[in-house]
Ligand binder design. Structure first.
Ligand code: COS
Length: 386
């Protein structure tokens, strides 16, 4: 699946213009109000951003992973809150249905997800189950043609905006094999949201708890129709999401570089532009080399992802996705740190963009699997194969 090159170039041109003319000028509003303005969300719908990864037959744009990474890179060049609005529909919210859903589930839900009429979130993490995803405790107990779901999901991105959740719950034995993925409409009785999380950064992104108290979900809403497959669905979804986040990290690193270069060209000390000093150039050079390395890795891993059969897991590709996420997100952390350093005292002041980007990128090393989880995935794979 891929969009033809000519249409993709047109999409990229409109998107780049949208980012420069609409999103970048609204960054301060998002920071101040902790909210992405509704008219911008409407424009995102119009541009088709909610349906980027969904095949054309279900109303989306049908980008390949390589193309999606280019779009994520472009969206990474502005406040990350904008990407977050569409991020779960493009990725972790929709992909479970797309990869493992029945044909009926795909044709029922994907068109509304692609248009942005329905926002979907991914609910895996719980208060006592984060990195150890196989230990989730949210229970789904069979009751006639339904299941009754009870438990708490934590830090759920876009939950306050969501009309439905791809939600993992336990239908059977302990461990990975007892987990089932459900598609859960947000308006079911017994489902409620916790208070909005106050976060270190990424203002404008919305996360909160999702509480389930005997929520009656039809068995027909089991993704793929067969219980016990939810952990693998979640892992496949995350493999893909990790590449998307890696591209986003590269985009943000490139924005921080642009801000830092502009500052180094304009700020004078000791009678010269600070960028004329070699110690400042060294920081810019290290960041540039690491950014290029990370972006090359993202492109190579995305190509490899596109080359495998859709929806099928390949341990080598999963390992590469983890290498890519680990490297790209750690890279942007270093680039952001240097960006603040190049700005000196100004880098600590909120008025300068690098201060908030420094806080914003910290999340990239945590969600969709911490750096340490990526190391475990890589290490485990190597010990199996070498
Ligand atoms: N694709 C498909 N199947 C996968 C897979 C993948 N990428 N990774 C693992 N599996 C399968 C395994 O093959 C195994 O299947 P079998 O039972 O048939 O053998 C099963 O899933 C269990 O795998 P494993 O034993 O490796 O699971 P672990 O409990 O050891 O957990 C980690 C593996 C730690 C990698 C997993 O829990 C994880 O990714 N945690 C982080 C979760 C995360 O990213 N959270 C962020 C929330 S979303 S913002």
């Amino acid at each position: 699946m891929a969009l033809d090159q000519e249409s993709f170039e047109l999409l990229k041109t409109s998107l780049d213009r949208f980012i420069q003319e609409r999103l970048v000028p609204a960054e301060d509003i998002v920071e101040d109000r902790d909210e992405v303005p509704g008219d911008i969300v409407d424009d995102m719908r119009e541009l088709g951003l909610f349906g980027l990864s969904i095949p054309e037959e279900y109303g989306g744009i049908g980008l390949s992973m390589s193309q999606e990474c280019e779009v994520a890179y472009a969206l990474g060049r502005t406040a990350l809150a904008f990407r977050s609005v569409v991020g779960t529909n493009i990725g972790i919210g929709s992909q479970g249905i797309l990869m493992d859903g029945t044909e009926e589930q795909k044709s029922t839900y994907l068109p509304a997800i692609a248009s942005g009429e329905l926002i979907v979130s991914f609910a895996l993490t719980e208060p006592d189950a984060g990195s150890d995803a196989a230990s989730i405790r949210t229970r789904a107990v069979r009751d006639g043609d339904d299941y009754l779901l009870s438990g708490t999901k934590r830090f759920i991105t876009n939950a306050p905006r969501a009309g439905a959740f791809t939600l993992m719950a336990r239908t059977g034995e302990s461990g990975a094999r007892g987990i089932t993925a459900f598609f859960v409409p947000a308006n079911l009785p017994g489902l409620s949201l916790g208070k909005a999380d106050k976060k270190m950064g990424q203002r404008g992104t919305k996360t909160c708890d999702v509480n389930l108290d005997e929520v009656r979900v039809p068995a027909a809403n089991i993704i793929g129709g067969v219980p016990g497959k939810g952990f693998k669905t979640a892992m496949k979804v995350l493999d893909r999401g990790r590449l998307h986040i890696s591209a986003l990290a590269c985009g943000m690193a490139s924005r921080i570089q642009s801000e830092s270069i502009a500052y180094a060209q304009q700020r004078k000390q000791f009678g010269k532009r600070i960028g004329d000093f070699q110690l400042v150039q060294a920081m810019l050079a290290d960041s540039q080399a690491e950014l290029l390395a990370a972006w090359s890795l993202v492109q190579a891993s995305a190509r490899r992802y596109d080359d495998k059969p859709a929806g099928v897991s390949d341990p080598e590709v999963s390992m590469q996705a983890s290498c890519t996420k680990m490297y790209a997100t750690e890279m942007v952390g270093r680039v952001a740190d240097r960006g603040v350093q190049i700005h000196g005292g100004a880098g600590y002041i909120n008025e300068y963009k690098v201060e908030r980007f420094y806080r914003d990128v910290r999340l990239l090393r945590l969600y969709e699997g911490t750096t340490q989880i990526q190391q475990l995935v890589i290490g485990k794979h190597l010990m199996r194969t070498e």
